[in-house]
Design a protein around this ligand. Structure first.
Ligand SMILES: O=C(O)c1cc(C(=O)O)c2c(n1)C(=O)C(=O)c1cc(C(=O)O)[nH]c1-2
Ligand SMILES: [Ca+2]
Length: 725
């Protein structure tokens, strides 16, 4: 046995090996080097946990093979969805139905974030990577709960309003010593996992005219980093791009909807898709939509990447494609060849989307028995309220069943076409869309436990009435266009008639084989967190009202809960460190519902909580959300309330909600701020102090007189809802 004492001797040894001329000699020496490496790994000299050498060793070992191998034990949580199929099912059972009641805090870590936190912590041998709002990455040592490094991509805060749904980020991908993050401004960034220093960065955006963003986590597939963009509320054309993980060079790009038909199609799939769009709608001017802003999964055996695609842009199909048509590949699951990005098959869940029914919701790849035969399937619960089981080898429809009440379709036929309710597309009359555009399920990840055979699905209802808009034109922004003055293009007037259906939030345990609910838990509000399930027969979920809960996965009985100081939207992860099982969840209220609404009085910053059995650390103190009394005393002319309403809807409502009615989310409600602020609203609207939080500068977009009318609406609404004395 050759022994080498010092690292320098070891370097020398390798150098000698590399300069050996004889192939045989090289082989012998190489095997000695390998033996030495094995010996060194087992010796007492292995680097201290948390040291740069240790971080380098454990993160360099992460690739798709190691992620696949980890699924046998689930010792680590090396990818946002845990395994390649993104089941979020951990085989760990040290924490189980018997002892989960003894779960306690080990440490909490302040993410210094006041907006939505949507990331699942990724962990390898106790080294954690998690993102907060504004795409800031945190590397944390689980053994100490302390920061290793943070990386802020310095997204210009002034562009916050260029994304529909809060300045969020759903986490990182880890691959061969690099951490990949998509920045909100559209850059894909590779960081050194040890130092947090940037290795390369690519601008993924087609152009800067359209409001593109990135909020989703990248996925690494055959050494390429795959990412999509957000933007379909703003008039954008969706696409996904793959970059070489080492160099950042673009490997392929696939467009989701066709472009200008006077120009050559990018590929056959676009030529085929264009036949399903009516050119009279000039869809390419508004982009068409389809943005793949979240789910991407990969089956290495089939070598297919699955992309969940987004909604139409504008939402209203009568305006986008007046003669109708399926408008491929909106609201679909599309399979692409992982090496070339070439289209292989698609299944469209909502043909001719009209309601913002994205199919970007996280999918799960599972192998399950259906009618006695093993099938490779995709499990999917998109916004449209149906639970889908699709054959992932060929995209063939297996089954679909609504998991909540829906009013746009009565079911799916044997060919996988929805049986639509005609009134849901009435070109003139408004309707409560059920589900509404917030979706019966949004991005909050679901999990699948093969032991119970159940999917744990965060379901919800957020009422919204959609009335088709007359005379919509791309970026025309007429007063009354929902978000129109900040770039939105929906083609609907929202809540012109107040919706009659009621909000709800619900955890559903769904049997995908029987297409049937096994159990459910009702919550006080929509917009609850993603789920995690384990071989300890547990389901973990955080809630909008600020709790982190463990349930019995079979029965749905609540076994444990902890307060979290703020609403939880992200999903948890679990992993082993030095023989002990931990559960971590990143909390931080926000996302599209959480910008303007809230269900808890807690207002703590974004925080990572890490729990273990017998954890003894004290929970952070809960800070109460501060708001003023209902606005009173600002002078206005009642005749201005009507026009002020329309201006408020096009400029303010997407972030501030309805004054006095909503209570403010991570952005304040203008019915509950000081009268001084509203009386001086001009100072906030024109180059105001909140541009550094993403608020637009309305210079040139609103006049002084418009602001006077908006003030009238805010104070008028507060007065209208004030309880009569
Ligand atoms: O059409 C799009 O491009 C797009 C992007 C995003 C996003 O990137 O966050 C959301 C949505 N749509 C969307 O429809 C939606 O409900 C939504 C919720 C959230 C969130 O993070 O809370 N993002 C998005
Ligand atoms: Ca959307």
């Amino acid at each position: 046995m050759i022994r080498l004492a010092s690292p320098s001797a070891r370097r020398q040894f390798s150098a000698n090996a590399a300069t050996q001329r004889s192939p045989l000699g090289f082989l012998i020496l190489a095997s000695v080097v390998a033996a030495f490496a094995g010996f060194s790994g087992a010796s007492a000299q292995s680097p201290a946990k948390g040291s740069p050498e240790h971080i380098k060793a454990v993160t360099s070992a992460v690739d798709q093979n190691s992620i696949k191998a980890n699924a046998a034990t689930s010792n680590d949580w090396p990818a946002v969805g845990l395994d390649l199929g993104e089941t979020r099912f951990s085989r760990l059972k040290q924490i189980n139905t018997d002892n989960v009641k003894n779960l306690g805090l080990v440490w909490s870590y302040n993410l210094e974030s006041s907006r939505g936190v949507e990331a699942t912590p990724v962990v390898v041998d106790g080294i954690m990577y998690v993102t907060a709002s504004w795409s800031v990455v945190h590397a944390i040592d689980v053994r100490t709960g302390k920061k290793i490094w943070t990386y802020d991509p310095e997204v210009p805060r002034t562009i916050g309003y260029k994304g529909c749904c809060d300045v969020v980020n759903r986490g990182v991908a880890l691959h061969k010593g690099k951490v990949f993050v998509g920045a909100y401004d559209g850059r894909l960034i590779a960081l050194d996992a040890v130092t947090g220093k940037k290795v390369w960065e690519k601008d993924t955006l087609l152009d800067k005219e359209h409001s593109y963003t990135i909020t989703g986590a990248p996925r690494v597939v055959n050494g390429k980093v795959v990412i999509g963009n957000g933007g379909a509320e703003y008039g954008a054309r969706g696409y996904v791009t793959a970059y070489d993980a080492e160099t950042g060079n673009q490997a392929w790009r696939w467009f989701i909807v066709p472009g200008d038909p006077s120009k050559p199609y990018e590929d056959e799939s676009m030529e085929k898709a264009a036949k399903t769009w009516d050119p009279a709608g000039k869809y390419w001017v508004n982009g068409g939509g389809g943005t793949a802003w979240d789910t991407i999964t990969f089956d290495p055996e089939l070598n297919l990447v699955y992309i969940g695609t987004g909604n139409g842009s504008p939402w209203n199909r009568h305006l986008r494609s007046p003669a109708g048509g399926d408008n491929l590949y909106l609201a679909s699951i599309v399979a692409l060849n992982a090496d070339t990005g070439k289209y292989v098959w698609h299944y469209q869940e909502t043909p001719g989307d009209h309601w913002d029914y994205t199919s970007t919701q996280p999918m799960i790849l599972a192998d399950i028995n259906i009618d006695g035969a093993p099938r490779k399937v995709i499990l999917h619960a998109p916004k449209n309220g149906f639970f889908f089981v699709i054959d992932r080898t060929n995209g063939k429809f297996i089954s679909a069943k609504n998991f909540v009440d829906v009013n746009w379709a009565t079911g799916y036929d044997a060919n996988g076409r929805p049986i639509e309710v005609a009134a849901a597309r009435d070109p003139e009359k408004g309707m409560d869309a059920i589900p509404g555009p917030y979706g019966a399920h949004n991005w909050h990840p679901m999990s699948f436990n093969p032991m119970t055979g159940l999917v744990y699905l965060p379901a919800q209802g957020v009422p919204l009435n959609l009335t088709p808009q007359k005379g919509w034109k791309h970026n025309a922004n007429q007063p009354g266009d929902f978000g129109g003055n900040t770039g939105w293009n929906t083609g609907f007037v929202l809540n012109a008639t107040p919706p009659k259906n009621l909000p709800f939030g619900r955890l559903i345990a769904w049997d995908p084989v029987k297409q049937k609910e096994a159990w459910k838990q009702e919550y006080v509000a929509p917009w609850n967190g993603g789920t995690l399930t384990t071989a300890g027969n547990l389901v973990f979920q955080g809630t909008a009202d600020g709790r982190f809960i463990a349930y019995n996965a079979t029965t749905g009985d609540k076994l444990w809960e902890s307060p979290t100081g703020t609403g939880v939207v992200a999903a948890a992860s679990t992993y082993m460190v030095d023989g002990k099982q931990y559960v971590s969840v990143a909390v931080g209220w926000g996302g599209v519902f959480g910008i303007a609404a809230r269900a808890t009085e807690g207002d703590n910053p974004g925080t990572v909580y890490t729990f273990a059995v017998d954890g003894k650390a004290p929970l952070p103190k809960i800070t109460k959300y501060q708001m003023e009394n209902l606005l009173e005393g600002v002078k206005y002319n009642p005749a201005d309330v009507g026009p002020g309403t329309l201006l408020y809807v096009s400029s303010c409502v997407t972030c501030h909600g309805v004054p006095g009615v909503d209570k403010g989310g991570n952005v304040r409600n203008l019915g509950y701020v000081g009268a001084e602020t509203i009386a001086n609203l001009k100072n906030f609207v024109f180059k105001g102090p909140h541009m550094d939080k993403g608020m637009p500068d309305f210079t040139g977009k609103l006049s002084d007189d418009d602001v006077v009318k908006i003030i009238a609406f805010i104070q008028g609404t507060a007065d209208a809802i004030r309880p009569k004395k």
